[in-house]
Design a protein around this ligand. Structure first.
Ligand code: SF4
Length: 360
């Protein structure tokens, strides 16, 4: 197993410190930073602006990749691409690229859904990653290497990553420091340069972390996976609700909106006959009254370990109209990549258990 530290785990001051310790002039750190995050160079050999000796030293001391792509699947419409990466310790994570082109065919958003943990400790019953259990936290470098991997691919096509959602495997707020450090590194205008507002962090509702995030006044988007409007139903779907009940969670969300002035998003996976009833829609509308928020409803991506099915078109429409009639802004999201098991954790969970179509 490769035990060298991952170069993307270093902040710029840490990289500068390392180079100083090697007796290098101070501008070397900026050169290497630029190579890693602007030029998107992936190997020490790519740094032709450095001496041969320094390139060799970098390669000797640092790993330039912890992510080994093992399976890549393209959706039939080619708009969604999912890669399963193997980590050096044998764990697997998934990353999804979603392309949203404009009507005239020009490049629209290129959104990456990235993982923050291998597995997840939250145990949401409908989620393939939750069914898998927790393996380990990713380091900040492993989180951001997912972005660099796809950014390099897009660059070849003359495109770039425009949005990043921390909504893949894992609960980002359960790996708070590494998730926020990865975003900060990707923000750096001297490097990757993707602004805060192009990021969305999704949490299942870890209230202490939401409070910390509020106090720190971050500018990234915040999305809460709500999925149910009363404690009994929510706890049956999301065990975290036993610890952090809805009333406290919504209060933390109100505090966030009031402190930051930012709108908050609620995610709702619609499950047929479970949380898509008019009663749940009305309860949700009552819960969110007066809150600057938006609700994304998305029909469930079915998983092997959960019998729930996605809602019918009619039930989705009814759910949405109840929210809108109550003045709650709501969007029905299109399910992307259903043919490539694009729901979080589905590929890692299924690997080796059923044949899957593998592309190049
Ligand atoms: S939905 Fe998110 S928080 Fe819940 S188990 Fe899956 S990965 Fe974890």
């Amino acid at each position: 197993m490769d035990t060298r530290p991952l170069i993307y785990d270093l902040s710029q001051p840490e990289l500068a410190e390392q180079l100083r310790a090697w007796g290098q002039p101070s501008y070397r750190a900026a050169q290497i930073w630029d190579g890693l995050y602007k030029q998107l160079w992936a190997r020490p050999e790519d740094f032709t602006n450095l001496s041969k000796d320094l390139r060799a030293k970098l390669g000797e001391h640092f790993s330039f990749s912890h992510l080994q792509p093992s399976i890549t699947l393209h959706s039939t419409d080619k708009q969604t691409l999912k890669t399963l990466f193997k980590l050096p310790d044998g764990n697997a994570i998934e990353t999804v690229l979603m392309r949203y082109d404009d009507r005239d065919g020009s490049q629209g958003r290129r959104t990456l859904c990235i993982s923050t943990q291998a597995g997840c400790a939250m145990g949401c019953v409908f989620c393939a990653t939750g069914q898998m259990g927790f393996r380990r936290n990713l380091t900040s470098g492993e989180i951001l290497e997912q972005v660099l991997y796809f950014a390099r691919q897009l660059k070849v096509e003359g495109e770039r990553v425009t949005n990043i959602v921390l909504m893949g495997m894992g609960e980002p707020f359960h790996n708070y420091d590494a998730s926020l450090a990865a975003i900060a590194r990707l923000n750096d205008p001297d490097g990757f340069g993707l602004g805060n507002r192009h990021f969305t962090i999704s949490t299942v509702g870890l209230i202490p972390a939401i409070k910390r995030y509020t106090t720190e006044r971050h500018q990234m988007g915040l999305a809460i996976s709500l999925h149910a409007a009363d404690d009994e139903l929510r706890a049956s779907m999301l065990p975290v609700n036993n610890r952090y009940p809805i009333k406290d969670l919504i209060q933390a969300c109100r505090d966030y909106v009031q402190t930051t002035g930012r709108r908050i998003t609620f995610e709702w996976a619609l499950i047929n006959g479970v949380n898509d009833t008019p009663e749940q829609a009305r309860k949700l509308a009552a819960l969110l009254q007066g809150l600057n928020c938006h609700v994304n409803v998305i029909p469930l991506n079915p998983t092997r370990g959960y019998p729930g099915q996605r809602s019918t078109r009619e039930r989705v429409a009814e759910f949405r109209s109840i929210l809108e009639a109550a003045g709650i802004s709501c969007t029905v999201r299109v399910r992307r990549g259903i043919d490539i098991q694009a729901g979080c954790g589905q590929l890692a969970e299924s690997e080796g258990q059923q044949p899957i179509q593998i592309s190049n």
